[in-house]
Design a protein around this ligand. Structure first.
Ligand SMILES: Nc1ncnc2c1ncn2[C@@H]1O[C@H](COP(=O)(O)OP(=O)(O)OP(=O)(O)O)[C@@H](O)[C@H]1O
Length: 595
């Protein structure tokens, strides 16, 4: 039997387009050469583009020539793949042995998958998931890739399935759906990877285990943002890219509550406000298909909600991107040894003696308070509200002989102290060395938003300290987030109509940093949509890059009802209490088929 040759030795002589032709194949290329001319290549096909080869009997009984049929993938433009076929005539033996050799070689290619689990969302987009699936399955069959098809029965099915199913015989997942289906698959796979590795999901900022299997996306949703970025919105191109088998790592994020409690994985964008309102509201009008987005976009523009937000973010060491100019934000650069700060309309900043100088940029339009604690031990105190309603809480500090402090809340003071408004510039400072973070859970009915544990407390159970506590009904989030080393962090506080990483996640798989876009004008929003179409349009609103951020948002709507949807990819989760959340970004966690 003729073996495929690593040095392009011809397999056999055939007739191709009327010319005597030799065919050779190695790991990189299948090559047809005109035998009469040396070195004249007639057709070259990358080996990974070959679907399969088969010997075809002559249709006429007495005909001696058989046909070698080679099905392969052809690029027909940028991000467009089609199938094509070439036919060669030869003897029965030549056709059979060449077909067998080609198939053996293709099967041994490292990127060629053998068995795929296909998960179909029958309700995504225009409910064409099953039809789309039927359209693409023959390509996998042609490429001798086994498939197992599972049609989801309800929301959450895909995620649950991937958490539980035996996947040992499967070497790739294909989803037929939209961004929400990708979100489910990603959550199922990454959750499973952490559980298998016995990782505790409630530890933000961990180096998570990557997905054990690559994921391919066959677009069948409404927006299909993920499909567009990875390969194409054309299902055939997407399926053929999976056959070729090239993969890459994808940036993903985890969302945690202030306490560290894990909320979700995600891989496309995360946002609240305008974007999540559109997704959340339009969910009830799925019958409109993709048109629900423009309809609710208009609705959203007429019902714009604005949010006072405080974001603290880590500055990536290799990528010190300053927030773009012009945003309604206040930024403290440098992050010297400053401690504390407090609510009220105008912020006050105190710098510790001998600390790194603080440079402050301020936009006068911004009603904001800013604080940035430079040391992990510092309490960082901020309030996203201009005039927060506050309550006092009496807490007792116990300091043991090793200098460790414990804070115990003893209770709130009486009604006359409630709703006390802090005067501008009023501030408390604590010594950096002794200060400790105070979490939301430490206080009844609210979150500590101001205060630091003074250092001059003698050892032993001692002091009583008063903390100002944000009133829950005001929706002020906890700000003293524990357990985060914020040495190289910055803070932006302002009023925004939305927030998101807006697809840029995909572009930044190598740098480990993602772009955060804060929109504070309708013009910014317009630019965001322009960027969705063409991500190279440049910065929008206030833009910065980071790997990790703490986000504090009030979650009340105008009627003082708790309601805030956090939009994660094509899906959302409802936040029901004032919340500070951590978003941690890690590159390369998801392995995805790409072009
Ligand atoms: N069998 C099912 N019945 C009802 N909902 C399902 C089912 N299977 C999956 N889902 C849910 O359907 C929702 C929509 O899916 P998906 O996001 O993929 O489509 P889409 O919203 O049309 O597309 P896109 O997010 O790209 O705009 C997802 O939240 C998913 O969890």
């Amino acid at each position: 039997m003729l073996q495929p040759s690593a040095s392009h030795e011809p397999l056999q002589q055939f007739t191709w387009q009327g010319k005597t032709t030799s065919i050779s194949i190695d790991e990189s290329t299948l090559c047809l050469r005109n035998s009469s001319k040396t070195d004249s290549k007639e057709l070259e096909i990358p080996s990974c583009h070959i679907l399969s080869a088969s010997p075809v009997e002559p249709s006429k009984k007495n005909a001696s020539k058989w046909t070698l049929k080679v099905d392969y993938i052809k690029s027909t433009g940028e991000m467009s793949l089609k199938t094509s076929t070439t036919l060669l005539q030869g003897s029965k033996e030549n056709c059979q042995s060449a077909a067998s050799d080609i198939n053996t070689l293709v099967k041994s290619l490292p990127n060629r998958k053998k068995s795929l689990l296909v998960i179909v969302n029958p309700v995504s987009g225009r409910k064409k998931g099953l039809k789309t699936c039927q359209k693409i399955l023959p390509f996998f069959e042609l490429a001798n890739i086994k498939t197992e098809v599972i049609v989801t029965k309800e929301k959450g099915h895909a995620s649950k399935l991937l958490k539980e199913k035996d996947l040992s015989d499967i070497d790739g997942i294909v989803l037929v759906g939209g961004d929400g289906t990708y979100y489910e698959v990603l959550n199922g796979l990454l959750y499973r990877a952490q559980v298998d590795a016995k990782y505790d999901l409630d530890i933000p900022g961990c180096d998570w285990m990557p997905s054990p299997l690559p994921v391919g996306v066959i677009p069948s949703g409404s927006g299909n943002g993920i499909a567009k970025i990875l390969v194409s919105r054309d299902p055939v191109t997407a399926a053929l890219a999976i056959v070729i088998g090239k993969t890459r790592g994808m940036t993903t994020y985890t969302v945690h509550q202030n306490s560290g409690k894990f909320l979700t994985f995600g891989g496309l964008l995360v946002g609240y406000g305008f974007f999540s309102d559109i997704i959340y509201k339009s969910e009830n009008r799925r019958t409109l298909g993709i048109f629900r987005y423009p309809v609710y976009l208009l609705w959203g523009l007429f019902n714009l909600r604005r949010f006072k937000v405080c974001i603290e973010y880590e500055v990536p060491k290799d990528n010190l991107t300053e927030p773009s100019e012009g945003g309604a934000s206040t930024v403290i650069k440098g992050g010297g040894d400053c401690s504390v700060i407090k609510g009220g309309g105008d912020s006050s900043v105190q710098q510790k003696e001998g600390g790194t100088p603080i440079e402050r940029k301020e936009d006068k339009d911004c009603a904001s308070d800013v604080n940035f604690g430079s040391k992990p031990e510092n309490i960082s105190v901020t309030s996203p509200h201009k005039e927060p309603v506050r309550r006092k809480v009496i807490a007792e500090i116990n300091r043991n002989n090793d200098g460790e402090s414990n804070l115990e809340v003893k209770g709130q003071n009486d009604a006359e102290d409630q709703n006390r408004k802090l005067s501008d510039g009023e501030s408390k400072t604590g010594d950096n060395e002794a200060a400790q973070s105070v979490g939301a859970g430490d206080c009844p009915n609210g979150s500590v938003t101001d205060g630091a544990v003074p250092n001059n407390i003698p050892k032993g159970p001692v002091a009583t300290v008063e903390f100002d506590v944000a009133d829950n009904t005001n929706g002020v989030a906890a700000t003293a987030v524990s357990g985060v080393d914020r040495k190289d962090w910055k803070c932006i506080t302002g009023t925004y109509i939305s927030f998101g990483t807006i697809l840029h996640l995909f572009e930044l798989t190598e740098t480990e940093a993602v772009e955060v876009i804060l929109c504070n004008t309708v013009g910014d929003l317009k630019d965001v949509f322009r960027n969705l179409v063409n991500p190279n349009n440049g910065p929008v609103g206030t833009t910065f890059k980071t790997r990790r951020l703490l986000l504090e948002v009030p979650v009340v709507n105008q009627d003082n009802e708790m309601e805030m949807a956090l939009n994660c990819d094509g899906d959302y989760i409802i936040l029901e209490t004032p919340i500070a959340i951590q978003i941690c970004i890690q590159s390369g966690l998801m392995n995805v088929f790409c072009c």
